[in-house]
Design a protein around this ligand. Sequence first.
Ligand code: PMP
Ligand code: GLU
Length: 400
Amino acid sequence: MAVHVSQLIQQLEPSATLAMAAKAKELKAAGRTIYDLSVGEPDFATPEHICQAALAAMREGYTHYTEASGIPELKKAVAKQYLTRYGLEYPPDQIVISNGAKHALHNVFTCLLNPGDEMIIPAPYWVSYAELVKLTGAIPVVINAPQSNGFKLTADSLRSAITPKTKGLLLCSPSNPTGTKYSREELQSLADVVLDTDLVVVADEIYDRLVYTSQPFASFPTVRPGLKECTVVVNGVSKTYAMTGWRIGWAIAPNRTFAKAMADLQSQETSNPCSISQYAALAAIEGAQDCVEQMRQEFDRRRRYVASRLQAMPGLSFPEMEGAFYAFVNISQHLGKTYGGVRVDEDPQWCLELLAQKGVASVMGSAFGAPGYVRFSFATSMDNLAAALDALQEFITHAT
Ligand code: PMP
Ligand code: GLU
């Protein structure tokens, strides 16, 4: 009997960010010089004290199953962090530790959405949101947030997208892929609609510590009273502590019942997140935070450099990168041209030609629901960035 893939999974798009990164790696392995600005992950080594904590955990025998929803010490540390940083008080049993923030998001959507429910996702959006929503049988409702508004959703466009089937709203700030972030006032205007219409908000705050402008990060549940009860917060250690491979993220639930649902789901799906990684994450959160500031400063240096280089290139436009580590660039003026003899009309092909002809890996805006744009990650060394931007400049100036 032939084995067929289920209809649900047949519709699933693979992650474009990971696909572009894999393509870049493949070309590198084949001997090409590749400047990889595709995947968004810190290029720094995980700080030494965190690695030491993992070694200690292994040696002390913390190498067995843990509670499905994570070790109590880590939940407490996450709760304390949200209290001290943002004044938000959550009992540790409202926190579920997962195998990365992506897994936490999957748990949240699976526990929140019924088939046919609508989840509003502002575009440009990170590649996995819409696909994870679809896996539940719910419908991602994508609303365009224009470049002129820093790719941010307005209260009016949110209100006009709400139907009787709307269950919730996904907010990512600072944003992957746009690099912009919502101000407290902007979040307040969205919060007023949310509170007025009984929506649930999934707030992806994974880039909360990577902010470069003087305006501080605002955690969504803090901007108006009553939001804590209708918001699920997602965060993790991947970006803040350069720990993408350790796979630790979490969801902070609005109540114990919702947390228990996620824990029960996880107990059937994956058991617990890696025990050793959980101890490493604990050391990351509880240990000295200077490593976070050092990495942030280096990202900021790269951000300024990338912005100045891109600004000097004709026909490119992008909003100021205020957080995360991405530049989201409008390349529409460079489409409909010929590059090295190849006519390029759309952003996916533009990215592939940039990679094939110049060895620069990026991610097409279409993957983020924004055709005509390209995402460049600046989570790579200054040397790589300089060489990549030289190559990009050549690519666009020689197009005819
Ligand atoms: N949310 C956003 C906005 C991200 O950029 C990422 C990184 N891929 C994730 C969630 C997932 O993070 P993790 O690697 O912890 O699964
Ligand atoms: N957040 C990263 C990115 O967007 C990691 C890749 C992924 O998980 O999709 O590039």
